[in-house]
Design a protein around this ligand. Structure first.
Ligand code: BTN
Length: 329
């Protein structure tokens, strides 16, 4: 246990030193932690396996191919405070999954609005049991906890609320207009930019504990891109503006918190806003559930967030977290 903790400390410290993009001497790091140069080299190899592109120049040391700006809890909190928000934010360097991290604190050690972000996820999860590739320091892995007193049924539509909040944040920081693909995807230029994973926990007639997870591609490293099994894009392909991940975390917290509060008080309808950004609106689609599929015309969503599908002249709401939607050529 002590050895694993020590290894983690050395790796986290090495990453901090490398982050600026300057050379880091293996000899000095070795001296700092009382370990051999071979041991430092092993740590560098482990760091590369997290998705960081590190190279070595004889006589100079190790360097990152691209400097990275690390997530910083105090920076996020300062921006939030400035906006009058007080969400608790935990920043992890390495974690299994930000959703799982928050779920472990349910029900007693967590409050609505608490957030977890990480530089790297070893077990990042996507919808329908898929893996979410989570290379170190390049994208955004974000989760927020929200408690719904009215129970599980009232959690319907949270995917819509979260997708609209991500859209708000991207528009406000980068002036980019994204499209939304029911039930949980954010699209840009016809391919996936971000995905949302909602985990729910609760008993009938009791409050529902919701974890809203967001994975947003910012600057996908080449090596990790090869592992992604669907067409994708990232923010850096669409803007020259600097991507400050701390600012982005604060912007998403702001957008998500205000949309969740509005949704909770039931004084907002997202139907029209969704329709304006709906990637498949009025297009022929195929709705898949396991082995079954239904063809129809996408007619947006209803007040609950269900997909409205027109099939054989009738428009019907389609519910279900395990459904997925594809376009028909
Ligand atoms: C999907 O499109 O399939 C959903 C992807 C959700 C990924 C995010 S990353 C942060 C949070 N933690 C996880 O393990 N998954 C979500």
């Amino acid at each position: 246990m002590v050895k694993i903790k020590m290894e983690r400390t050395v790796r986290e410290e090495l990453i901090k030193q490398l982050a600026s993009g300057e050379f880091v001497s293996g000899e000095q790091v070795g001296a700092q932690f009382g370990i051999s140069r071979a041991a430092v080299a092993k740590h560098i190899k482990a760091i590369s396996e997290l998705g960081l592109d590190v190279f070595r120049v004889t006589g100079k040391g190790y360097k990152l191919a691209q400097p990275i700006s690390l997530l910083d809890k105090s920076k996020v909190s300062a921006i939030l405070e400035h906006r009058g928000l007080s969400n608790k934010v935990d920043v992890f360097s390495l974690i299994d999954s930000t959703n799982d991290m928050l779920m472990r604190r349910v029900p007693n050690q967590i409050k609505s609005g608490e957030v977890c972000v990480a530089e790297y996820q070893s077990a990042g999860r996507g919808r329908r049991g898929r893996q979410w590739i989570s290379p170190f320091g390049s994208n955004l892995y974000f989760s927020m906890y929200w408690k719904i007193e009215q129970g599980m049924a009232a959690a319907m539509g949270l995917n819509i609320v979260a997708a609209l909040a991500v859209s708000d944040a991207i528009k406000s920081l980068y002036n980019i207009e994204v499209q939304l693909k029911w039930p949980n995807d954010i699209y840009l230029s016809g391919v996936k930019l971000a995905g949302i994973l909602i985990d729910l926990d609760g008993q009938a007639l009791e409050p529902c504990h919701c974890i809203i997870g967001i994975g947003l591609n910012l600057k996908m490293p080449k090596e990790s891109a090869e592992q992604v099994d669907q067409p994708w894009t990232d923010i850096s392909c669409h803007t020259d503006l600097k991507i400050d991940r701390n600012e982005l975390v604060a912007e998403i917290i702001n957008a998500l918190t205000s949309r969740l509060i509005a949704h909770q008080s039931q004084n907002s309808s997202f139907v029209k806003e969704w329709q304006d950004q709906d990637y498949y609106f009025n297009k022929p689609v195929r709705l898949i559930s396991g082995e079954k599929e239904i063809f129809g015309l996408c007619k947006g969503i209803d007040n609950q967030g269900a997909l409205m599908l027109e099939s054989e002249g009738v428009i019907k709401p389609m519910y279900g977290g395990e459904l997925s939607l594809r376009g028909v050529e």
